[in-house]
Ligand binder design. Sequence first.
Ligand code: ZN
Length: 179
Amino acid sequence: MAEYIVEPKSRQDIRDLTLMLRKFLGLENEKYFPITELLDVLAEIFDNFSYEIVENNELPFGTHADTNTLTGHIRIRESVYEGACNGNGRDRMTIAHEIGHYFTICFCGFKLERNFTNKKIKAYRDPEWQAKCFAGELLVPAHLMKGCSVGEIIEECGVSYDAAKIQYKKINSERSDAS
Ligand SMILES: [Zn+2]
């Protein structure tokens, strides 16, 4: 059960947001997004953003990174950060996911309210769904990768097979709603 619910945002809304960010950075034509560099750029631009590389045992077991949405502080396991620097797709996605939390909640202020009633919430109102969606859309830009194969997406965008397959389906299907 998700503890918080957020304003409904469709995949298209989030795709627009990632494209806006790419344009702002002058990266709209880059297939391979420099995700670790983005951490430094964000820290420079935004007063309410910071990140920290922590020892592998500083985060709870199984947690690769986390984001404090009140302070805009991201903590990343050392091994994940190094993996991302070396082009590991899963690690790159982990960092993009945390930045997704920052953008959808801290920066865009997608409305966040506590899910007091514990009701089951629709996927697109789940902050985890939004962060996941943001990460996929940021690393695999729809406008550049439409029509490319899963293999090309893995190679050129630096993402895992699983992530490439998901984005491939989203990009090449007609529907771009909250699914
Ligand atoms: Zn998350």
